[in-house]
Design a protein around this ligand. Sequence first.
Ligand SMILES: *[C@@H]1O[C@H](CO)[C@@H](O)[C@H](O)[C@H]1NC(C)=O
Ligand SMILES: *[C@@H]1O[C@H](CO)[C@@H](O)[C@H](O)[C@H]1NC(C)=O
Length: 844
Amino acid sequence: MRPSAERSSPARWRQVLLAFLLSLLRGALPNQIRYSIPEELAQNSVVGNLAKDLGLRVQDLPARKLRVSAEKEYFTVNPESGDLIVSDRIDREQICGKKPLCILDFDTVAENPLNIFHVAVIVQDINDNTPLFKQNKIELKIVESTKPGKTFPLDPALDSDAGPNSLQRYHLNDNEHFDLAEKQTADGRKYPELVLKHSLDREEQNFHQLVLTAVDGGDPPQSGSTQIQIQVTDANDNPPVFIQDIYKVSLQEGVPRGFSVLQVTATDQDEGVNAEITYSLHNVGELVEQFFNLDKRTGEITTKDDFDFEIANSYTFSVEAKDPGDLAAHCSIQVEILDENDCAPEVIITSVFTPLPEDSPPGTVIALIKTRDRDSGENGEVCCRILGNAEFILKSYSKNYYKLVTDGPLDREEIPEYNITVLATDRGKPPLSSIISITLQIADVNDNAPVFEQAFYLVHIAENNPPGASIAQVSASDPDLGTYGRVSYSIVNSDLEPRALASYVSVSAQSGVVFAQRAFDHEQLRAFELTLQARDQGSPALSANVSLRVLVGDRNDNAPRVLYPALGPDGSALFDTVPRAAQPGYLVTKVVAVDADSGHNAWLSYHVLQASEPGLFSLGLRTGEVRTARALGDRDAARQRLLVAVRDGGQPPLSATATLLLVFADSLQEVLPDVSDRPAPSDPQAELQFYLVVALALISVLFLLAVILAVALSLRRSSRPAAWGCFQPGLCFKSGPVVPPNYSEGTLPYSYNLCVASQSAKTEFNFLNITPEVTPSQDLLCEDASWVPNTNHEGAGVPFASDIILKVSFNLLDLFSLWVLVFVNKSPNWGLSLNFIFCLVGSI
Ligand SMILES: *[C@@H]1O[C@H](CO)[C@@H](O)[C@H](O)[C@H]1NC(C)=O
Ligand SMILES: *[C@@H]1O[C@H](CO)[C@@H](O)[C@H](O)[C@H]1NC(C)=O
């Protein structure tokens, strides 16, 4: 290539200047030729015509053999034209480095003659090198916390060109954070420096990429660039931040332990360890730590214990999140516990009024009951009711209070104790309930009267019982308790003589056993009735009456008694006359006997024990009638004697005998000699008659006095039914007649009444009155004991006032009548007379 064609005009100008300078130097340096060429000329480019410049002629050249002699040959000489030609690449930067003037010196040799010429080629710089950075990427790490103004030296770029073509300046692409400064080292090298203009925020932008460009001064300038990659490293400049400030959560109180309540999350915009958050419970009470567990890594809150709504229904606490730089954040946790119906209602009995008297009226308060349920809302609403017992009801008293009251009558004797079961149920779903039992004792009240086991007691006892024997036992029960139920017995009434009662019967107060106080005699007392009372010890005491009828049974304790034929006053037997012409069947006489017993014991039978002429007389077995069995024969004696036995029907039978003297005669005169044989009445009899007359007179006086007294007394008293008087001086008892069960024949004398009914004003004598039928109810049955001298007189009680007087007077009257009767009969009976005296004494 031709240099002139390639060069621009300034270069050419410089070349001309250089040639001029070299021509000036030629004089100073003989034989040295200088050329100036730009570097990087293409091969075979002509530097100059060396031959001409050496003053050689072209035609001489082959002979002179002009050549370049150098260690490294950049140039050769064209042997034909003598031009100096570039033969190798000429890189100024390679040859001269940074030297401002780069000269290639070499010699050229010409022969024939040998001449050596020094040639100097000045290599001129061209801008053939661009600035270059050693790395095309610069990596920097800058902590985000770095303060603005901080500088970061960078490696300079290199430009091999020299002079104006060398590196001139740096510049940085536009950016917010960095500036570029140029610094120079002590040895004058320039290097760029990165200056932090504004502070960095990793969280905003953690990477910055800049382009650093180095520009040289060439024309045109060349530039090289490198990338600056800035990694903003984290500084713990961000505190953790909770996603939520407040966490609210509701928990059922029955959640199991370990239940995950929630997870708090905090974030930290920092990274790495700076973003490692630890959670902790913050500013909490014991309670919270007891119930909640916080995972310090994950922030998960779990339950640690069983919740009880009733202890606490909400928990509020805070959780702290902290990063390693102790930057912290807090959030608030509100845990609300939802009530579950987990508490059964409680029933509390505040007071029980037990024992409760059984006569408490309905509505009496027995107990106060309080209910409690620790649950809330419907779960805590309790209602109560009673199971079973209809006698009680619950009345709501006030909130949560109930009164347990009676709702009906109570009876301790029926139910002495109640177990009242109260069921309390809440309204939860499902409801819970609890049961409580109240034991209520019913206290006794004397509300039950004793009750006899029988409505009526009837006892049969046989007469002649030993005194002190127990004859009956009554029993009454009283269901009341203690003294209210302790029964004592007493006799409150009887049909016995009130004064004599105690001598007849007594009752044991404790046992109710009725004791006979004496031996009873059926012939005197056939029956009596007692009213017994059972009485408890209450106050007031309650009592019950029962009547006890005692029937005194008969025993065969009385032998038959022969009334007729009676013995004469001297004890000799009387006799009966029988007409000699008496036909068979003629009723001669009748043996009359009585038996004080009754029934079979009094059923008499008559038997002939001895007869002087057996077969002459027949004796009625039951009637006692003595009849002739056949006509009197001539050989038969005029006087006949019959020994008759009278036997009763008792077991064993008792008997009596009677001797009948029967005289066959046609007139009484025939018999009289026998009769007149009888001795005259003796002196003692006359004396007795005298005493009797005196006694009669005395009695008459007494009678008159008594009548006057009685009239006087009865005037003072209201008229009242008179008492009964009895003709016979023995006992007189009201009693129903007892009829032998198999009594049928009317002929048999059953009882002999010798009575006077004073109720009827008139006096009536019923002597030997046979009463085959039942006596009228109002009748007195008076035992015919008048012929018994040793009659028991104990039964005659001491009468009172006018009754006594009346009785005495009537007795006296009776006796008087009897006396008259006896005298009229002219057959004074001494037994009767004695009896009369006894009766008199007894009456008085
Ligand atoms: C009441 O309950 C108690 C104890 O459970 C028991 O001993 C008693 O017999 C009960 N009484 C009644 C009347 O049920
Ligand atoms: C029992 O009898 C007595 C005496 O007759 C009488 O006073 C009392 O009232 C009676 N009691 C009853 C409960 O009938």
